[in-house]
Structure formats: structure tokens, C-alpha cells
Design a protein around this ligand. Structure first.
Ligand SMILES: Cc1cc2nc3c(=O)[nH]c(=O)nc-3n(C[C@H](O)[C@H](O)[C@H](O)COP(=O)(O)OP(=O)(O)OC[C@H]3O[C@@H](n4cnc5c(N)ncnc54)[C@H](O)[C@@H]3O)c2cc1C
Length: 536
């Protein structure tokens, strides 16, 4: 065991890398292991093999509030080459009649845009932004940046303050109930829910009603990483290596090894064994961790059942159409509102609230819903992602994983479906049908699962946000604080609190827990959520 590592991390998704970076700076010798060609998981940027110089972000692209994340600051990632842009016109929902509902980095401009549709809704937006901003700052953000409290204790602490009670009150609603109660205009309701649906919260689920005002009141909007999403992964990797951490890619995992019931190492598919003196942390999903990598006799039947019952999001899978272009999309609607040609996230095909129910029903049947898509033209804000004067752009749509009962159907249907998306896009931006497209390719929900198997059934959030899988109970009761029922084994990926998406907070929170268990002094200042909530 003398040459054993202190710890081994399974996967090199960004949460795993954040955990590794913090522990490496604690002086621990940690290695992370991944089956992929390069580290970063969902932080992927691909150079077009047919057209070198065009870079496509094939997974995560819109990174919310990254520059405000504690790990981005603590790890000084800008010194390692990470730089973010937060475009002014952050989101534009373009309607068929040429009008647009717009979210700006400047909240006053967002209120003005809402007022074009309804003065009453604009006033409601202003009120919720004002009321919720202190709640977001004082409660929502610190809670996301801390290991979750047991629900009873959380409830007790929140009930002591006005802000806490207001949060609990709004949370009782579902996002759908919230928008129906607070806003009157159909397009605004649809836009708000779509905005929320991007984070894949089940819109019908009571208990999550606060998610929309929290998004509206958040100071930072969607951001993008210059050079492509993989640049953030490269910055994390550089920091890890600088502090003595090791990263091994192209390594298929076979098993987690236990010694006297404690996680003590791993075995690769090649038969190679790598041992750890102190811990193993898994950035994979609970089924990979507890069912695939551990033997039946190593985990209780209760834990195996809890892992087997872990649910994935029905609505999370994405279909992507990626384009290499001679010129950026030029929207017809920009004739009236020129700023639309500089919109960051563009939503097309969404006109009314009822479409949500149609989308959910189609997913339940495994069928393709009426087309609603969203995407961006990254090169408007970072020209280096394409050759001089050229552009890249993409559109995403939520489509079912098991298309008409079988995910394999995607392989024969993806090209024709990509053409249908381009047709709709061209109706809004006619230059796309007029010779602007140099190359295109698609990525299906099945492709997502193939490249990132932890995203089972194409669930890019690595687990549903239903009430019994959030906070203290994510991924399941007894494994919700990054510790697991197996001594020495931790979880650190999107299946833990606060969940999927590029937040890095699963890894950030796990670092504190692992350091505490190893009795290693922490060099950073994590918030103490109990005293934060007590002081409200
Ligand atoms: C198409 C798409 C678009 C997205 N868009 C956005 C977006 O705009 N904004 C946003 O915030 N999020 C987005 N996401 C979601 C985001 O990418 C994920 O939620 C996030 O990457 C999860 O991070 P993670 O740290 O849990 O690990 P992941 O990024 O999921 O990485 C897991 C790692 O584990 C490795 N791995 C898996 N199985 C094994 C195994 N058996 N052995 C070894 N290694 C293994 C994988 O190779 C991977 O490197 C998108 C995802 C997809 C697929």
C-alpha cells in the first residue's frame, strides 16, 4: 500500500475535477479515472473533423453564473485560462409574428420587454425580482453551496425568519401553479416555464415553485466560456496538475475494491488495480456506483434497491443540430428589433403555454412533440470558435430517449429530423436556407448516453428532481450528504445535491465532507449553512 494514492475519483466530469482540485490543494495525492478520451465530461468542445477550425460544444454550453461560483474564485481559474462572457441580450423568445420576449442582463430592460406584452406582468416581474433577490442571496445560494441539512432542521430554521417563511410558502407551489397565479399573458407564462424547464424541473411538481422567482432574481444570467466549454475543463485540469493531482483517461472501470468492508481501490477492465489509502469518490450515477461496480454481497439489498429505484428525468434528453456556417443566422424579426441578431440564447417555436402539456404528453408516449427549440451562435461572442469570418450555431430540442419505444430508432431518423429542425430555423432566419450552411451534424439522446453513460436514458441532469430525490435525499435517503453506506466511498457527481448542470457545486460540497472525514484542514471558507440560516 506504500505507493497507494490517498484517494481515487471515478470520472472526470467537472464535479469530479472540482473535488480533485480542492483535495489536491489540501496536499492529498489523488488520481481521477475516466473512460473518455479527454477529461471534462459534459464540458466538451469538438473540432469539426470535416471542417477544421470550426469548434462545436456538443454538450453543456450555457453555463449559469459560473463567474460567481466559489470554486471558480478559490481555484483562480482565470489564471489557468478560463474566461467567461455574459451577453447583454441573454435570452430572446422570438414569436412567429416578429415580436420577442427578452431577458436582458440589465433587469430594467427585461421589465420593459415584459411590458410590451402586459403592464401587469411587468409589474409582477419587478415585484418578484425585488422580493426574491434577498432570498436568493441569503438562502438559495448558500444552500446550493453547502451539504444539505436534514429537511426537518431546514424547515425549522427557515420558519424563524420572514425570508425563510416566504421561500417555504412559494416552494409549496409547482412552477406551473406559480406562473399561472402570478402572470396573466400566455406567452409570458410559456416563456417563464420554458426558461425554468431548461433546468428540467418537473413543472407540475409541488415543492419547486420557488425555482422560477429564484431564476428571475439571480444576478447572473447564462454565460459562455471563451474558447469553448472544454476550456473550463482544461483550466481545472491545469490547476489539478499544478498541485500534484493525476488524471487517467481511456480507462474503463471494472470494480470498486473493498478491504474489511471499506472502499480501498478500483480495478480497471484491463485487470490493473489501483489502491487508495483514504477514499474512493464516484462522479458516476448511483446505479453504476452501487450496482455495476460493487458486488451484490458488498452492498445491502436495501441500498441496491434504492440505487435501482433512482429515477431519471423524462424530459431532460436533448436532440442537437450543429451547424458550421458562412454567416451567422439573420432573423427576420431583427428587421424591427436589430438587437435580436445579437441575442445569446434564442428560443423558437414556443407561442403558448399549452405546448408544455403537449411536450410532456409526447415524451410519455415516446413520440416527437410539436417543435420548440433553443440554441445559440457562439461565434457572435467568441469569433475564435470558427475560422475568420465564419460561424458555428446550434439548436437543441427536448425529445424522448426511447423514440417510439426504442432509442435505437434515433440512428436511422436523426438526419431527417435534423433537416426538419433546419427548416423551422430557416423560417425565422431565411439566410440558413440560402447557402449559409457549410456543414451540419446531429446528436441524439442515445448519442448522449453513449458518450456519457452516467447520463442514463440521455438524462443530462443525472437524475430527476422529484421531491424524494432533492436536497438531503439526493440521490436517496442515507446517501444524501456525499457519504454513502459503504465506509470510505463518496458520491460527487450530478446525482447529488444540488444536481446536474454545470454548477461544480456537487464537487465543491463533497470536498468539504471528504476533508472533514479525513481530518484534513480546509484551506477555503465554505459557508456554514446552519449559522447562515440561524442568523436570518
Ligand atoms: C447535450 C447536452 C447539453 C447540455 N447543456 C447544458 C447547458 O447548456 N448548461 C448546463 O449547465 N448543463 C448542460 N448539460 C448538462 C451537463 O453537461 C451535466 O449536467 C454535467 O456535465 C454533469 O456533470 P458531472 O460532474 O456529474 O459529470 P459529467 O459531465 O456527466 O461527466 C461524467 C464523466 O464520467 C465518465 N464516465 C461515465 N461512466 C464511466 C465509466 N463507467 N467509467 C469511467 N468513466 C465514466 C464520463 O466519461 C464523463 O467524463 C448538457 C448536457 C448535454 C448532454
Amino acid at each position: 500500500m506504500s505507493d497507494a494514492y490517498d484517494g481515487i475519483i471515478l470520472g472526470t466530469g467537472h464535479n469530479a475535477l472540482v473535488l480533485q482540485a480542492y483535495l489536491a490543494r489540501c496536499g492529498l495525492r489523488v488520481v481521477s479515472i475516466d473512460r473518455a478520451e479527454s477529461p471534462g465530461g459534459g464540458l466538451a468542445t469538438l473540432e469539426n473533423p470535416r471542417h477544421p477550425g470550426f469548434f462545436h460544444n456538443t454538450h453543456a454550453f450555457f453555463h449559469r453564473a459560473i463567474t460567481a461560483m466559489p470554486w471558480y474564485r478559490d481555484l483562480e481559474l482565470e489564471q489557468q485560462g478560463a474566461h467567461y462572457v455574459e451577453p447583454e441580450l441573454n435570452v430572446a423568445l422570438i414569436l412567429r409574428d416578429g415580436r420577442s420576449l427578452e431577458w436582458w442582463a440589465d433587469p430594467d430592460k427585461t421589465v420593459d420587454s415584459f411590458a410590451q406584452f402586459s403592464k401587469k406582468d411587468a409589474a409582477a416581474l419587478q415585484r418578484w425580482m425585488d422580493e426574491f433577490q434577498p432570498i436568493v442571496e441569503a438562502i438559495v445560494i448558500p444552500e446550493a453551496q453547502s451539504p444539505p441539512l436534514p429537511p426537518e432542521r431546514r424547515q425549522q430554521l427557515l420558519a424563524r425568519s420572514k425570508a425563510g417563511r416566504q421561500l417555504l410558502e412559494v416552494a409549496k407551489l409547482s412552477p406551473l401553479q406559480f406562473v399561472q397565479r402570478e402572470f396573466e399573458t400566455d406567452v409570458i407564462r410559456a416563456g417563464l416555464l420554458f426558461f425554468n424547464g431548461l433546468r428540467e424541473v418537473d413543472l407540475r411538481l409541488e415543492g419547486l415553485g420557488h425555482s422560477i422567482p429564484a431564476l428571475l432574481a439571480g444576478k447572473h444570467k447564462a454565460q459562455m466560456c471563451r474558447g469553448g466549454s472544454a476550456t473550463l475543463a482544461a483550466a481545472l485540469v491545469a490547476d489539478i496538475r499544478e498541485h500534484g493531482g493525476e488524471i487517467r483517461t481511456r480507462s474503463e472501470l471494472k470494480a470498486i475494491l473493498l478491504q474489511q468492508g471499506r472502499a480501498a481501490g478500483i480495478e480497471l477492465a484491463t485487470g490493473e488495480r489501483i489502491m487508495a489509502k483514504a477514499f474512493v469518490a464516484s462522479g458516476l450515477n448511483p446505479q453504476q456506483t452501487f450496482l455495476d461496480l460493487l458486488d451484490e454481497n458488498q452492498v445491502s439489498s436495501k441500498v441496491r434497491k434504492q440505487a435501482a429505484d433512482f429515477q431519471y428525468n423524462l424530459l431532460a434528453p436533448l436532440f442537437a443540430l450543429n451547424l458550421a456556417l458562412h454567416e451567422a443566422p439573420r432573423y427576420k424579426a431583427a428587421g424591427q428589433r436589430p438587437e435580436l441578431d445579437r441575442a445569446f440564447m434564442v428560443i423558437l417555436g414556443l407561442e403558448r403555454l399549452e405546448q408544455f402539456h403537449e411536450i410532456v404528453a409526447a415524451h410519455e408516449r415516446g413520440e416527437i412533440p410539436p417543435m420548440v427549440m433553443w440554441g445559440a451562435c457562439p461565434t457572435l461572442f467568441d469569433p475564435d470558435q470558427a475560422p475568420a469570418g465564419k460561424h458555428t450555431a446550434f439548436m437543441w430540442e427536448k425529445l424522448p430517449y426511447a423514440l417510439r419505444g426504442a432509442a435505437a430508432n434515433w440512428d436511422s431518423e436523426k438526419d431527417s429530423y435534423g433537416r426538419q429542425m433546419l427548416d423551422l430555423w430557416s423560417q425565422f432566419a431565411p439566410n440558413l436556407a440560402g447557402g449559409a450552411v457549410i456543414d451540419s451534424f446531429t446528436r441524439t439522446p442515445l448519442d448522449t448516453e453513449r458518450s456519457l453513460p452516467n447520463m442514463r436514458r440521455g438524462d443530462l441532469l443525472v437524475g430527476a428532481f422529484s421531491n424524494d430525490q432533492v436536497g438531503y435525499h439526493r440521490p436517496f435517503p442515507g446517501a444524501g450528504q456525499y457519504r454513502t453506506p459503504v465506509p470510505g466511498l463518496y458520491l460527487c457527481g450530478g446525482s447529488t445535491h444540488p444536481g446536474g448542470n454545470i454548477t461544480g457545486l456537487c464537487g465543491y460540497n463533497a470536498a468539504r465532507i471528504v476533508a472533514a472525514d479525513l481530518e484534513v484542514p480546509v484551506w477555503w471558507e465554505p459557508p456554514d449553512i446552519e449559522s447562515v440560516l440561524e442568523s436570518l
